[in-house]
Design a protein around this ligand. Structure first.
Ligand code: SF4
Length: 152
């Protein structure tokens, strides 16, 4: 069993109310081989919601208390992001899941790149808030581009 970002299997949980469904990933869930998670929804955020970015940092710096997650209108949503990450971790651990496939680029789920905090569509290297927590707890994080490396 693995975990997968809910938006990657067609759940309309993205900030804009949309999804990024990938047929192969949805099939894993349909076959009972993967569990969908959306950390931002688990953290209590509504859908749709304002876009959020980590300001001048990455997921690691958020957990260190150095950086914050803010919406495009400067509303601080750091607490919702960290709560959602903790709930996602607890859910995955309850299934003994040690591998996940998460949506690249997201301030929660990004694993190799995230938006840079300027809300201009620019990305930079780094991981999101949930990915940082999961990796710290030994969970392997793949994304929609590299998950074929997994032997599943
Ligand atoms: Fe939810 Fe992660 Fe998808 Fe954002 S990228 S909608 S937090 S599952």
């Amino acid at each position: 069993m693995i975990g997968v970002s809910a938006c990657l299997i067609g759940h309309e949980v993205r900030y804009d109310g949309g999804h990024k469904r990938q047929k192969e990933l949805q099939q894993l869930v349909d076959e009972g081989r993967a569990v969908p998670i959306c950390p931002e929804v688990l953290g209590g955020l509504s859908t749709p919601r304002e876009p959020s970015e980590i300001v001048d940092g990455d997921g690691m710096s958020v957990w260190k208390g150095q950086k914050r997650v803010k919406t495009v209108s400067n509303h601080d949503v750091t607490d919702a992001f960290t709560l959602g990450a903790q709930r996602a971790l607890a859910l995955l651990q309850s299934y003994n899941i040690d591998t996940v496939i998460l949506k690249e680029g997201s301030p929660s789920c990004g694993s190799t790149e995230i938006y840079d905090g300027g809300f201009q569509g620019m990305k930079k290297a780094g991981m999101g808030v949930t990915t940082a927590l999961l990796q710290y707890h030994g969970i392997q994080v793949y994304n929609e581009y590299n998950w074929h490396m997994l032997n599943i």
